[in-house]
Write a protein that binds this ligand. Structure first.
Ligand SMILES: [Zn+2]
Ligand SMILES: [Zn+2]
Length: 324
């Protein structure tokens, strides 16, 4: 099973401003000139492979993640990241009106819906688009995206056949060769994370969540979302301090996800739902602060003689693909 992150930004799409793009180009050119003084033979391709030239770029599309195997393709949420995913799907059977799309909705905040009117396969007769959610108002919330005066094409005029599937909390469902189970997250409006399983491997999608429940007792019936999973994607919109300041805003921070992963022995964690106001430099700074926290935590555990489980973690970016 593989996962592709098509949108990792939270709350609102965030395209880089012209000044940010210029600043990146300027830094890269200055760095190239400096490197070339020491190595006059240095080519542009060689320079781009040097670690210092690989400036982070996290992307600006809101939540959309693709989970897929050779046989099955599932989509989580319809944020603005679903538009480039739609273009990718159009190169396959969807472009010929013979495709099938399965979209699992976590909840209905704008950043998870805003791309749906630009999901091209939904306009093409012959395609079949399935929506899934635990929330009872799934159909009403999707229909509302295709209403005037907010969008010119009414729901009734969409070309694809559209199906709505209601999921039962914590009850597994097979779609192709992937098993999907919804578990409740902590968010101001009801929000459900998903656990995807295929051939004994599990991916847990835990966004959007404030992670107010962390202990095993508090998580209760939702604890299996975090147990025995191979990869977790976790909501890290805020710094730890901001997460405390913004109680009830519905988002968490990387240290909380790391603690959870170390306790439940989750070997790989990706953080997403980056704040729309955070520049690439700021997200890179959060990553460095998270590393400081992680190293301090490892040391404290080792010093106290406790079991230590090391977690490989990273802040996710638009276009990232990983194996589960
Ligand atoms: Zn969100
Ligand atoms: Zn939300």
């Amino acid at each position: 099973m593989k996962v592709k992150m098509w949108g990792v930004r939270g709350s609102l799409p965030a395209a880089p401003a012209r000044s940010q793009a210029f600043s990146k180009v300027k830094k890269a050119l200055e760095s190239f000139v400096k490197q070339q003084k020491n190595n006059p033979q240095l080519s542009v391709d060689e320079f781009l492979n040097l670690p210092e030239s690989q400036q982070p770029c996290y992307g600006g599309h809101t939540s959309c993640v693709e989970v897929f195997t050779d046989k099955t393709q599932l989509i989580v949420d319809g944020g603005s990241g679903i538009r480039p995913l739609a273009e990718h799907l159009m190169a396959g059977p969807c472009g010929m009106g013979k495709g099938e799309a399965h979209i699992f909705m976590t909840h209905f905040h704008w950043d998870h819906l805003i791309g749906l009117p630009f999901f091209i396969p939904i306009f093409i007769p012959g395609n079949r688009v399935h929506f899934y959610a635990v929330q009872e108002d799934l159909e009403q919330n999707i229909r509302r995206m295709f209403t005037k005066p907010n969008f010119p094409v009414p729901f009734e005029a969409l070309g694809a056949q559209i199906f709505f599937h209601s999921m039962e909390p914590r009850k597994p469902q097979m779609i192709g060769d992937i098993q999907v189970t919804p578990y409740q997250l902590d968010h101001p409006d009801p929000c459900w994370g998903y656990r995807f399983e295929h051939q004994g491997r599990a991916y847990s999608h835990c966004v959007d969540s404030e992670a107010l429940r962390v202990s095993r007792d508090d998580l209760g019936l939702d604890l299996p979302l975090y147990q025995n999973c191979n990869v977790m994607v976790f909501d890290a919109q805020y710094t730890f301090e901001e997460a405390i300041e913004k109680t009830n805003w519905g988002h968490s921070s990387a240290p909380i996800g790391l603690d959870l992963a170390m306790r439940e022995k989750i070997p790989k964690v990706y953080f997403m739902h980056h704040d729309p106001s955070a520049s690439d430099e700021h997200i890179a700074y959060l990553q460095r602060r998270t590393e400081d926290y992680y190293q301090a935590r490892l040391k404290a555990l080792r010093d106290s003689g406790s079991d230590v489980f090391e977690v490989d973690w990273e802040f996710a970016w638009d276009g990232l693909v990983f194996d589960v």
